[in-house]
Design a protein around this ligand. Structure first.
Ligand code: AMP
Length: 358
């Protein structure tokens, strides 16, 4: 646990926008950034010192990359577990393979959250047959949400089962195996806690971030948000337990549902910097990317108390074309991910707008 000296190289698996902002933070702190991505000319690769272009399954390339780096991390959780294990046998990787394994599979994740982290989760069950789905709906009622256990994000790979009559169609739509059913949560709002744990076990949480989704995708985040039911202390306590139970190092996003009356349910965890933490870049605190780099290099964690209330809006598809106009507002800061092609539905950037003092 010695602090990584300046000039050392941070290896980042994944060349998207999160890798880019991690790479920018690494450089701000005086480190070099080396990106690993299967595609050439990536948003992260363009700001990095070096990029290795190879498949995640290319063991030789992964080993060579790891050998050239002093510490490793990743920008998204769908990196194959074997890739991180292979790389970590050469150079330390944070978050470690356990965190990655836990978040790869919704069933493993929910079981971990309830059994090991004592976190409140929705009723859930593995679904391997239409019969088990019917049983779930009979026991817990409708509506329910049927999800693929793996590779689901932004609402992809999930269907709502509104009544027992939907069971057959819903089951068929998701392919019928490796599924998980959850009760539908009648939440009043969604929020997240972004938190970072250092190598010495110190944990720093950012304040309550309220998230609004459009078509199952994050649209806006506001932080610090109002907290009439004073749920932040409990949300932070749950978050701390999750990080401790995983012996986690780095920044994590924990997504919650808030129910009527202030009851909390953890929806999911992301073992990485998180879209709902982008507001930190203009909140007047140390941002989530720098905080992650601080954690994995064994630096002291930075200040998470913001000076400003920030509203973050994702810029999707051709919304990025308004970037110059949006940036004319002196309280707005546009972060363009410098993606080559504008595609409908693609996250192209985000805008942080300062809307008040924190
Ligand atoms: P996920 O991919 O699990 O994060 O789901 C994406 C979004 O779908 C969440 O942010 C919620 O808005 C909604 N959602 C997911 N699971 C449930 C659930 N069990 N009950 C109600 N809404 C849900």
């Amino acid at each position: 646990m010695t602090k990584l000296p300046k000039g050392a190289t941070i290896g980042i698996f994944g060349g998207g926008q999160l890798g880019r902002m991690l790479g920018q933070a690494a450089r701000t702190l005086g480190y070099k950034a080396h990106i690993f991505d299967p595609f050439d000319d990536t948003p992260a690769g363009r700001i990095a010192d070096t990029q290795t272009t190879a498949a995640y399954e290319d063991k030789r390339a992964v080993e060579a990359f790891a050998a050239r780096c002093d510490v490793l991390t990743y920008e998204f959780e769908n990196i194959p577990l074997e890739t991180i294990k292979c790389a970590a046998s050469i150079t330390p990787a944070f978050p470690d393979a356990t965190a990655l394994h836990t978040s790869h599979d919704r069933l493993v994740e929910k079981t971990f959250l309830s059994d090991k982290a004592d976190a409140p989760v929705v009723d859930f069950a593995p679904i391997e047959s239409m019969h088990s789905l019917s049983e779930f709906v009979r026991e817990f009622g409708a509506p329910a949400v049927l999800k693929t256990r793996r590779f689901g994000y932004d609402g992809k790979g999930q269907v709502k089962i509104t009544s027992a009559r939907d069971v057959k169609a819903g089951f068929a739509r998701l392919g019928g195996t490796d599924l998980i059913a959850e009760s539908f949560v009648p939440f009043v709002r969604e929020f997240s806690i972004i938190a970072t744990r250092g190598q010495d076990g110190e944990i720093a949480c950012y304040p309550l971030t309220e998230n609004v989704h459009k078509h199952h995708r994050l649209h806006t985040s506001i932080a610090p948000t109002n907290d009439p039911q004073n749920i932040e202390p409990e949300a932070q306590t749950i978050t701390r337990r999750i990080l401790q139970a995983l012996n986690y190092v780095g920044t994590m996003g924990v997504e919650f549902f808030e129910l009527e009356g202030g009851k909390l349910i953890v929806n999911e965890i992301a073992p990485r910097v998180h879209n709902s933490g982008h507001w930190t870049m203009d909140g007047g605190c140390v941002d989530q990317f720098e905080q992650h780099i601080r954690a994995i290099t064994a630096m002291e964690l930075g200040i998470t108390k913001p000076k400003y209330v920030v509203k973050m809006t994702n810029l999707i598809g051709d919304e990025i074309l308004q970037a110059d106009e949006l940036a004319r507002n002196p309280n707005s800061f546009v972060h363009n991910y410098d993606k080559r092609d504008i595609k409908p539905g693609r996250k192209m950037g985000h805008m942080n707008e300062i809307i008040g003092d924190a």
